[in-house]
Design a protein around this ligand. Structure first.
Ligand SMILES: [Zn+2]
Length: 169
């Protein structure tokens, strides 16, 4: 299914994406693990051009005391290390939440071929929301973008997490 009824969404595609859409379930498992660690529950996974998973991580901002330790950044670092390259052309990144501006830029720098994200993030997202990084002329590499696989679970986890935070504070 390809739905593209918002002109400002550029090349974003909605619905079941690539042959490897099942990898989103790995990203969701990482988001659940992040939740259990007390981190904002976002998970990411990277598959090579053949669909083989080579990295899966969750958000570790609190654990690492590192504001850049978003799931996507950690997954890109792990994948680059694994394949001994600073770029990942032809690779697929799966993440449970719309990437922020930092992660979107990193995805471009890594030359990721396909970005899949589960839930949109109007607050901090930078793909269809806010700065819309991939519509910027200074961004030289734009991945294909697929949105919506696993959305319900990804959003549920986040809502749960923030509801619990509010209750505890
Ligand atoms: Zn980010």
């Amino acid at each position: 299914m390809v739905k593209n009824n918002h002109s400002n969404r550029g090349e974003i595609r909605w619905g079941p994406p690539s042959p490897f859409a099942g990898h989103m379930s790995v990203a969701l498992a990482e988001a659940r693990a992040a939740y259990r660690r007390g981190e904002v529950p976002v998970g990411a996974a990277i598959a090579d051009p053949k669909g083989q998973l080579i990295a899966a991580t969750g958000n570790r901002v609190r654990e690492y005391r590192d504001p850049t330790a978003h799931a996507e950044i950690l997954a890109i670092r792990a994948a680059c290390k694994r394949v001994s390259s600073e770029r990942l052309p032809g690779y697929h990144l799966y993440v449970t939440l719309e990437p922020c501006a930092m992660c979107a830029t990193a995805i471009s720098l890594a030359q990721i071929a396909r970005l899949h994200y589960a839930a949109s993030d109007p607050k901090s997202g930078a793909i269809e929301s806010g700065p819309r990084i991939f519509e910027n002329r200074q961004i030289h590499h734009k991945p294909e973008i697929y949105v919506g696989t696993g959305e319900k679970e990804a959003r549920g986890l986040l809502q749960d997490f923030f509801a619990r935070l509010r209750k505890d504070s």
